[in-house]
Structures are given as structure tokens and as C-alpha cells.
Design a protein around this ligand. Structure first.
Ligand code: AMP
Ligand code: MG
Length: 351
């Protein structure tokens, strides 16, 4: 299959491109597209054959459900049954935006899309091209992140191409995404809402809006938890670069000293070493490739750069990676969640 790459330029031509992409989806094809979180790999959510193709293109286990993307609130009732008040409140506050809600699925949604579950994950993305595409496709687009299963989610079209070239019909290139980490997932099928995956919309924000307590799936922060995560996808090795990643947490100067010591040792053994630092610290490191994940005091910059850096280390064939740790408050919880998973939970604390 030849994969067409079409650049969204903000001109009149975009409409034609998106129309064409929409008809590919309607005919059961696959189109990758930008959202505000990461690039998605879209297929018609109500067509079981399309969902099968998504799993195949990603090499994704078929028990790992897909998120259904909608563009208008009126579309929700057709795919979700018994939508609770809390879901409506959250939708009116955070949609379109980086929040996915788990709801009871309607008969219309095939089990291929929900990984066999009775629930469906729904999101309304905020990216204008994504919204136009969903409408052009008939209203329901199943879209996991547009990466090969297990790899970091793509934040730029060139990373989508790397993984999906020859496997899907089209890639819409909308430049670099805004947020850089996947949506927050909140389960609203039980009495107490539960966060299954942290993201830009934090626990505090949800609690503030709902005026009630929101719980957090315990397996999110504990790599060694015996409890299986409630979002099936969270149990898989994820977001992982090819190099072996270790996080070093502690006071800035001590972290730099330890990373440099390890780096020197590894390089003597013939490893190619990469370091993830920040604007504040990159000058302190000695390694083959030192990258800044942005400003330590501005989590949004770090979230946006993280997957690009992991992907670039792959391109540079870095074999060993060290990263600084980040604060686990607010949006930082999502950053550390992804970083810990990318590291297979290898973290060392310097007291
Ligand atoms: P991705 O598409 O890569 O953003 O992954 C989607 C995430 O949503 C995975 O971690 C899935 O396990 C999770 N997910 C999708 N549908 C459901 C559902 N019905 N219940 C729980 N988690 C879900
Ligand atoms: Mg993913």
C-alpha cells in the first residue's frame, strides 16, 4: 500500500484534503491525523473491519480498546448508554479537549473497537483538522496513537511515517502537536470517577469541576502493583525507546554527577549514551547526546518534547539513556507516568 502524506497548510485546499481523508475512512481505510495531544491513527469506529485494520497496522494486542473520537455532543448518545450527569458536566467544561471518558457502550459500537469490553472510551479532540475529519468521516473515528505498539506516541508527522509508511492510506501532516502526551482517561461507569491514565486534565481539575472526589487507578504510580490496571493498554510496555532508560531522581548537582559517572562507565563499554536534561541543566552533562526537555519550571514544555526526544535517541541509535525526574504534581504526574513506563520503572533515588 502506498501511504500518501498531505500537509495541512491552513489554506482552502485543506478542505479538499480533509474531504478526501474522510471518504477514505468511510470506505474502511485508515488515516493518521493530528490532534492536540498526539497523532491518532483513525478508522471508522462503527466498522469492525476498520478496527481490525488499526490493530494490525499498529501491531497492537486486540484486547487493548480504541478511543472513539466525536466532533459534536449530539453524537454521544448513539454510542454511549446511560450517560451520567458527571460526564455531561465534564464534557461541557473540557470538550473539545484532552479528556477521554469511559462510558457504557451502546449496541452500535462493535466489540472490535472496545477490545471486547461493555464500555466505550470517548473523546472530542480540540484540533480543528481532527474535528473536520471526524465530521467528514461520518462522526465516529476510532483512533489510538499512530505509533507501532510499544513505541513512544508520535508528536510529529515524520514519526508517524516512520512507523506507518506502507501500512495506512494517508497521513495528514499538521505540524507538531500542542500537548505531546495522550489524553487523561477517566472512568465514569462507577459511582466514584476514576482516572485510568493521567494527562493534561489533572485530578484536581476534575475534582474542582465535579465538586466530588476522583480516585486514581493505583497501578498508575506503582510499577510493581499486583493490581492489573483498569485501562487495558496501561499494562503493556509503552512509550519505550530502543535504548535502556534509567531515571535518576534527587538534587540537581548530585543527579548530574551520578549521571556523568554512569555515562563515562557506559561509554567505556562501547555504549552510546543519551541524557534527558532541562534548559537548567544540560550544560552539566557529558554524554554522546544531551537533550533538553524544555524548562523544568514549565511542565508543558517538557510534556511536548519528551516523545520527540525518545524518538530522536532511537534515530541516533543511542543504547543507554539517563533522565532527570520531574515533580509528580499536576500535569507532572502524567509526565512521570509516561517516563516511568518508558523506563520500565527503572528509577534510582539519590537521598
Ligand atoms: P491510545 O489509543 O494509545 O491512546 O490508548 C487508548 C487507551 O485507552 C488504552 O490505554 C486503552 O486501554 C484505554 N481504553 C480504551 N477504551 C477503554 C475502555 N473501554 N475501558 C478502559 N480503558 C480503555
Ligand atoms: Mg498509544
Amino acid at each position: 500500500m502506498k501511504t500518501e502524506v498531505a500537509v495541512i497548510e491552513g489554506t482552502d485546499n485543506d478542505r479538499k484534503l480533509i474531504e478526501r481523508a474522510g471518504s477514505i475512512l468511510k470506505q474502511g481505510g485508515l488515516v493518521a491525523f493530528p490532534t492536540e495531544t498526539v497523532y491518532g491513527l483513525g478508522g471508522d469506529a462503527l466498522n469492525r473491519e476498520s478496527s481490525r485494520k488499526i490493530y494490525e497496522a499498529k501491531g497492537r494486542p486486540s484486547d487493548n480498546p480504541l478511543i472513539v473520537h466525536i466532533a459534536d455532543m449530539e453524537m454521544l448518545g448513539a454510542i454511549a448508554d446511560d450517560v451520567p450527569e458527571a460526564a455531561k458536566t465534564l464534557a461541557s467544561k473540557y470538550w473539545p479537549g484532552p479528556l477521554t471518558m469511559i462510558l457504557k457502550k451502546s449496541a452500535k459500537v462493535p466489540y472490535e473497537t472496545t477490545g471486547g469490553l461493555e464500555t466505550v472510551a470517548v473523546r472530542m479532540p480540540a484540533h480543528p483538522a481532527a474535528l473536520s475529519l471526524i465530521r467528514a468521516a461520518g462522526g465516529y473515528v476510532a483512533a489510538p496513537s499512530a505509533n507501532t505498539s510499544g513505541k513512544p506516541s508520535p508528536t510529529m508527522a515524520r514519526f508517524v511515517k516512520e512507523d506507518m509508511d506502507g501500512r495506512i492510506d494517508m497521513i495528514l501532516d499538521g505540524g507538531m502537536v500542542g500537548i505531546g502526551l495522550e489524553s487523561t482517561i477517566v472512568d465514569l461507569t462507577e459511582n466514584i470517577p476514576m482516572i485510568l491514565r493521567p494527562g493534561y486534565i489533572t485530578k484536581e481539575m476534575l475534582e474542582d469541576t465535579l465538586k466530588m472526589q476522583v480516585s486514581l487507578d493505583r497501578s498508575i504510580l506503582q510499577g510493581n502493583s499486583i493490581q492489573a490496571p483498569r485501562a487495558p493498554g496501561m499494562k503493556y510496555r509503552h512509550y519505550a525507546p530502543k535504548g535502556a532508560l534509567t531515571i535518576i531522581a534527587g538534587e540537581e548537582k548530585k543527579v548530574a554527577a551520578l549521571i556523568n559517572e554512569r555515562s563515562e562507565e557506559m561509554r567505556k563499554r562501547g555504549e552510546k549514551v543519551g541524557v534527558i536534561g532541562t534548559e537548567q541543566t544540560t550544560a552539566l552533562y557529558r554524554a554522546d547526546s544531551v537533550k533538553s526537555a524544555g524548562n523544568r519550571n514549565d511542565e508543558e514544555t517538557v510534556a511536548r518534547e519528551l516523545y520527540r526526544i525518545l524518538r530522536e535517541f532511537d534515530e541516533e541509535e543511542v543504547t543507554v539513556i539517563y533522565s532527570e525526574a520531574f515533580e509528580e504534581t499536576g500535569f507532572g504526574q502524567a509526565i512521570m507516568n509516561r517516563l516511568l513506563k518508558a523506563a520500565g520503572h527503572h528509577i534510582e533515588y539519590i537521598e
